[in-house]
Design a protein around this ligand. Structure first.
Ligand code: PMT
Length: 397
């Protein structure tokens, strides 16, 4: 779980997006966060405190004079018990109040009294968002170190279309996870490949493999959480991009090669996670091959460029990490690949563990030897790989 033991105060203010905060409580809780909800009076007109109590398993705080706090200082106690405060939705009125240091209800007082980070997810009508007063308040909050999440653009509850929609609960939860992750790659640029390649035989057929893209996408997400700027060069897979990651879609190994070489010179780290076809079809047909025209068509193969080896050979190129999927002799084959491609680190996985599924078993091989990681989900392994890379880079800085 990515928010284990994190104590989050979720402040809900008055706006129709308050109903989405219920889902946010669930998502944060699912990641192991201990969520305490506090609502403004306005929020209670949209959703009841009972909903949040049921989802968080805790009574909700509604006003400053709540008698449950023995010292009658709910604002101090709640903010001292929090690792971070998230306000979602944050109404225009609430942003205005906290931008001006007001303390006229429990939530605003808690924000003023806090000694932990504050994240706000604005939600309001587009005119209210665009209003210079709101823009001034948001600029002030940013200058004060408050993290502003969104807002998104789109259809609004009032029927208008524009900027001001609250980010979806999944997006807010993802930003909270990213915020809480240790920034071991802060300021680094990371480039990686993921998924399979597809080598055309004709316009509708081709040679590909069973890589789902899961491992590469998990690494892209973990690297972004670790503070890196991430560019993901992706073969054809069915996933949405991880939040905050730049993605370049490619199909063939040649397209992947061109995309990577266009970015590699400015990257600090390159990770080749993709299962790149070693060969492509030299005589790919322009039109669909027909079965009844003269026997089995010959398929001629030519070698694809080795993207990882080429990046590793760049002068002043990035720190390179490879992957090796093997069906046997993992250490021998992975270490041979690492030395041949002249890279400092390679992650070896056995084919039956690595392809397609959610879990994987990885062994990291570097000059010092092998570092086995225990069987885990690809997102857990991705975090461990990023930490290992950060440690190796620390030694080089
Ligand atoms: O996508 P998933 O379903 O989650 O599965 C993940 C995975 C099993 C595909 C992944 O973990 C993995 O092991 N990827 C590498 C697959 C492999 O064995 O590649 P390879 O041995 O052909 O190549 C070794 C390294 O060189 C890899 O880093 C590869 O990206 C790179 N390479 C290979 C050929 C080529 N022409 N260019 C390359 O850059």
């Amino acid at each position: 779980m990515e928010l284990n033991d994190k104590r989050v105060v979720l402040g809900v203010t008055g706006g129709i997006a308050a109903y989405k905060a219920a889902e946010l409580v669930r998502l944060l809780g699912k990641q192991g966060a201990d969520v305490q909800v506090a609502m403004t009076e306005g929020a209670t007109h949209f959703v009841t405190a009972t909903t949040f109590q049921a989802l968080s398993g805790k009574p909700v705080y509604l006003d400053q004079w709540d008698a449950r706090m023995p010292n009658a200082m709910a604002h101090i106690d709640l903010s001292r018990q929090a690792d971070l405060i998230v306000i979602a939705p944050a109404s225009a009125d609430f942003l205005a109040r906290i931008a001006n240091g007001m303390a006229d209800d429990l939530l605003a007082t808690m924000v003023l009294a806090r000694n932990c980070p504050l994240l706000v997810a604005p939600a309001m009508n587009r005119q209210m968002w665009e209003n210079p007063a709101t823009q001034r308040n948001v600029a002030q909050l940013r200058a004060d170190g408050v993290i502003v999440l969104g807002p998104a653009s789109g259809e609004q509850a009032c029927g208008e279309v524009g900027a001001g929609r609250m980010l979806e609960p999944e997006q807010i939860a993802e930003e909270v996870i990213a915020f809480c992750a240790p920034k071991v790659l802060a300021g680094r640029k990371l480039l990686l490949t993921a998924g399979p390649t597809f080598e055309a035989i004709d316009p509708v057929r081709g040679i590909t493999n069973l890589s789902s893209g899961r491992m590469g996408y998990a690494i892209a997400r973990a690297a972004r959480h670790a503070g890196a700027g991430v560019t993901l060069v992706s073969g054809p897979v069915g996933f949405a991009s991880p939040q905050g990651v730049d993605r370049i879609n490619v199909r063939s190994a040649l397209e992947m090669h061109a995309a990577v070489m266009g970015q590699a010179a400015t990257a600090d780290i390159f990770i080749g996670v993709a299962a790149v076809a070693d060969y492509r079809v030299a005589n790919a047909a322009e039109h669909k091959l027909k079965k009844d025209t003269g026997g089995i068509p010959p398929i001629e193969l030519v070698e694809n460029p080795d993207i990882l080896a080429e990046v590793a050979a760049l002068k002043n190129g990035p720190f390179c990490v490879g992957f090796a999927a093997e069906s046997r002799n993992l250490e021998e084959y992975a270490q041979t690949k690492r030395r041949k491609k002249n890279i400092p680190l390679i992650a070896g996985n056995l084919i039956q563990d690595g392809f397609g599924g959610d879990d994987n078993r990885i062994v990291l091989f570097d000059e010092a030897g092998s570092h086995p990681l225990t069987l885990a989900s690809k997102s857990v392994l991705a975090r461990q790989l990023i930490e290992h890379i950060a440690q190796m880079l620390k030694g080089k800085d």
